[in-house]
Ligand binder design. Structure first.
Ligand code: HEM
Ligand SMILES: *[C@@H]1O[C@H](CO)[C@@H](O)[C@H](O)[C@H]1NC(C)=O
Length: 157
């Protein structure tokens, strides 16, 4: 009799310890069997603290990285859904992986209005009022259409 009580106690204690130490086994059925594929999100490379230096951002041009991220006024948007516009063979592919602010302000997608990752982040201070208004309109479209994935930050020196 005592042995049975003891055995039950061991089993119950063991179970409590297990779900305390490994709660995911209980909550996430995908982790249960080793052979099963893990959910997609877990395989994704983590995005560094939701902030991107121009150099990091440049990877997300739809070519080096499949995803397409574009910065507008310091905010980085996930424009992957508009691959037709910004993807490698799209008309606005120059913006992909870049800070598009100056180009949007000046209504140009030429490389001479798009900074490379070697240049400092554009402070946009020299834009005219008209250009600032144009940029704000574009920013409103990006806000409406694309999820934010982070901030554009300067590289640490
Ligand atoms: C040659 C003249 C141009 C024509 C005929 C043209 C035409 C178009 C059209 C039809 C769209 C798709 C609109 C939609 O379906 O929502 C579009 C989108 C766009 N255009 Fe142009 N465009 C021209 C020049 C430019 C220039 C110079 C820029 C530079 C800033 C530009 C930036 C954009 C951007 C960023 C989008 C995509 C916006 C989004 O993400 O939804 N376009 N353009
Ligand atoms: C970006 O958007 C695409 C499709 O629109 C999605 O598959 C992808 O998970 C998104 N990436 C991030 C980091 O939000």
């Amino acid at each position: 009799m005592n042995n049975i009580v003891l055995a039950l106690l061991v089993i119950v204690t063991g179970y409590i310890v297990k779900i305390t130490l490994f709660p995911s086994y209980k909550q996430n059925p995908n982790l249960k069997s080793k052979g099963k594929k893990k959910p997609e999100v877990e395989k994704k490379k983590p995005i560094v603290e939701g902030s991107f230096t121009p150099r990091q951002l440049s990877q997300y041009n739809g070519h080096d990285e499949k995803e397409i991220f574009i910065a507008v006024k310091g905010t980085v948007y996930n424009a992957s859904s508009a691959r037709g516009f910004y993807g490698p063979s799209g008309p606005y592919s120059n913006f992909a992986g870049h800070d598009a602010s100056r180009g949007l302000a000046k209504n140009s997608f030429e490389f001479d209005v798009i900074r490379t990752f070697e240049q400092p982040i554009d402070d946009l201070n020299d834009l005219t009022e008209t250009e600032k208004v144009a940029l704000d309109d574009w920013e409103a479209l990006f806000k409406r259409k694309y999820p934010v994935v982070g901030k554009l930050v300067a590289e640490e020196t």
